[in-house]
Design a protein. Structure first.
Length: 667
């Protein structure tokens, strides 16, 4: 019987594509992605943990560009996939990399090159780590041979935390697991909230070593007041947070369990909850339908009504499709209306952000592959829509794009009733492209008339992720870059923050980071001239990295863009060093011929049984067939990545791009 894998498919931007449960097929897709499989905090030698990791093999690029992926197989604290059963060479616990390209990709490993050796078999190469009890296969690289552990396509993290803190004025919070802050908000009293997901124990024990949702509250001095963690035995995460005038906070998110009630969709439900300022839950609602139902954003009006937007994935003639939805709850948790919208051609339509204006107008933004509000310009188009506050009725919808990829992430309103949206493009959306991904910002009036659109970027990868407008109508964007957008790049992806006026003039842009990976996902402002930005780091940004990825919070002056220091105390990280195996067992460097034969036979059987095929040709079929079995199919929360994920048919999108024509019924 073929082994079933959970399909995790991320967006066509540069994602942090992080796994959340065992036995996954991770498609990072287009972009310079950073990819890691599920890493439980506690493992046992007999536990099965096999991940199939694919960067962008099966998706062609409309501009015929090449992308550089980083495959994470370990970090400074520990190696990954290194706790397999020694009697079978650890082959119950490994990562299969289906499209590693040594000319452009990187594999990240714990320790040094001396901790591993390579074994070439006919199908590719295995990375093997000697251990006290024998050998453990860390990863198998399909189609690769004659690799060199000393080459620059291997990146070793050592066994101590990255040097730092690089920016001690920032706040960093993490565990030995994976911690990601996707969203942030301030309350009227100057307190700051960050929220997201963790596989560790930020506030008590994890409920199943999957992803738990968390909220952390800081005062205006940067002192950590509390951290709240909630979850089921499956994935739970927070994608949006907002506050009301009384200091209560509201969160929206995703659950694959029975967080507030029995799950209604077959894979994941949306949820929304209200808490008082001390973190006590006042109410929680869970809702969903069809296959995958998820909430990605929340906003709250002056009366404490909550507005959410998200996606609803359902079966269709062409395997699967989805629509976007917007809904309103009153301050007591009663759902007042629910509006679902999609293309007439049954194409994919998704929403990632919602906002409510001072006049009560509700706006949402996202992307479409169809003719949602006009003829699609190419492949992915952005859209912006306005909804009636009382009924949820759609009042107008604008679709815009280029023949390339265009994506909308953020939306907010000013005091005059204008609405602004932001995102990224691979085309010439608001000017000539400066490199690959450029950021864009656009302004519409309340009647849906575009006032202007601006595009900006560097020669590298520059993506706008979130948008905030303060009470003085200053416009702030945040995102990430791997180039020199607002200063010299620190070494990998850096966060950036920019300020614009209402005419689209850029007033300043601040870039910062460590030599490690950082991305920014959320931005908010207070009533005292401060900005707060949050995201994820693999480095020691505000304190020593606690392991894997940590969350961070930065404070900036809204007038100048300068980073500001918090007056309070930094929360220290609990870190430790890990001994290198080969320092203890230097003679264990070679497999016997019988062990090599066993490994080769195993991988031949494995590739056939999973449907991949010994040359990888079955990946497209495997992805397509998964949608005929809704049960093992699911997608993660906005992470890597804050990566936000989508359900898609890889074969169909590949045909669209290779034929350079529009095929409607594919994601």
């Amino acid at each position: 019987m073929a082994q079933l894998f959970t399909i995790n498919q991320y967006t066509p931007n540069s994602d942090l594509a992080a796994g959340f449960r065992p036995s996954q097929l991770i498609f990072a897709r287009t972009g310079n992605d950073t990819i890691l499989g599920y890493q439980p905090i506690v493992t046992t030698p007999n536990q099965t943990q096999i991940d199939l990791i694919n960067g962008d093999l099966t998706v062609e690029d409309p501009g015929f560009r090449s992308w550089n992926d980083t495959f994470i197989l370990g970090e400074w604290q520990k190696p990954y996939y290194a706790n397999g059963n020694p009697e079978i060479l650890g082959l119950n616990d490994f990562a299969l990399l289906t499209d590693f390209n040594p000319l452009q990709d990187i594999i990240q490993l714990h320790g040094t090159a001396n901790d591993y050796f390579l074994v070439d078999i006919g199908l590719g190469s295995a990375i093997v780590q000697p251990q006290q009890t024998g050998f453990d296969v860390i990863s198998f690289l399909l189609g690769n041979s004659n690799l060199n552990l000393a080459a620059n396509y291997f990146n070793y993290q050592g066994n101590t935390a990255p040097q730092g803190p690089v920016l001690p004025q920032t706040r960093q919070l993490g565990t030995s697991g994976f911690d990601l802050s996707a969203t942030t908000a301030t309350d009227p009293f100057g307190n700051i909230y960050i929220a997201g997901g963790t596989t560790g124990s930020l506030a008590g024990s994890n409920n199943g070593e999957s992803r738990d949702a968390f909220v952390a509250k800081y005062d205006n001095q940067g002192n950590l007041l509390f951290t709240k963690q909630v979850g089921t035995s499956d994935i739970d995460t927070i994608s949006g947070i907002a506050t009301d005038k009384q200091g209560n906070f509201y969160v929206s998110g995703i659950t694959a369990g029975n967080l507030a009630s029995p799950k209604q969709a077959s894979s994941t439900d949306a949820w929304v909850a209200k808490y008082d300022s001390n973190g006590n839950q006042l109410w929680i609602r869970q809702f969903g339908e069809n296959i995958i139902f998820q909430a990605f954003s929340i906003d709250v009006d002056d009366n404490g009504n909550a507005y959410l937007s998200g996606i609803d994935v359902r079966s269709s003639i062409e395997i699967a499709t989805d629509d976007f939805w917007v809904t309103k709850f009153d301050t007591n948790g009663n759902q007042l209306w629910f509006t679902k919208t999609g293309s007439v051609d049954d194409a994919f339509d998704e929403s990632y952000r919602v906002t409510v204006g001072k006049d009560g107008s509700v706006y949402a933004t996202g992307w479409t592959l169809g003719d949602l509000a006009g003829t699609n310009a190419g492949i992915y188009d952005a859209w912006l829509g306005k909804f009636d506050n009382n009924s949820g009725q759609l009042q107008w919808l604008k679709q815009f794009g280029t023949p390339d990829y265009d994506w909308a992430w953020g939306v907010d309103t000013d005091s005059q009733g204008n609405v602004y949206a932001a995102g990224w493009t691979l085309g010439n959306l608001g000017g000539n492209s400066a490199g690959t991904y450029d950021s864009w910002l656009t302004k519409y009036d309340s009647q849906g008339n575009r006032q202007w659109i601006k595009q900006f970027g560097s020669a590298g990868d520059d993506q706008a992720f979130h948008l905030n407008i303060d009470s003085q109508d200053n416009i702030f964007l945040t995102g990430y870059t791997n180039s020199n957008l607002g200063g010299n790049n620190a070494g990998s992806y850096d966060p950036w923050v920019a300020r614009f006026d209402t005419n689209g003039n850029q007033l300043w842009l601040q870039q910062f980071g460590t030599s490690q990976f950082e991305q920014a996902y959320g931005i908010t402002s207070d009533n005292f001239g401060n900005l707060f930005v949050t995201g994820v780091t693999q480095g020691s940004l505000g304190t020593n990295n606690a392991g894997s990825f940590d969350t961070w919070l930065a404070k900036l002056d809204s007038t100048s863009g300068n980073l500001l220091s918090f007056a309070g105390n930094q929360q220290p990280s609990d870190i430790s060093t890990v001994a290198d195996f080969l320092e203890l067992y230097p003679s264990l460097r070679e497999l016997s011929s019988q062990q090599v034969d066993f490994m080769e036979s195993f991988f031949e059987d494995f590739l056939v049984s999973t449907g991949i095929g010994i040359d990888g040709s079955g990946l497209v079929k495997l992805a397509g067939n998964s949608y005929q079995q809704p049960t093992p199919t699911s997608i993660p929360e906005p992470s890597s990545v804050v990566g936000l994920a989508m359900v898609a048919a890889i074969a169909c999108i590949g045909a669209m791009l290779s034929n350079r024509q529009k095929i409607k019924q594919c994601p």
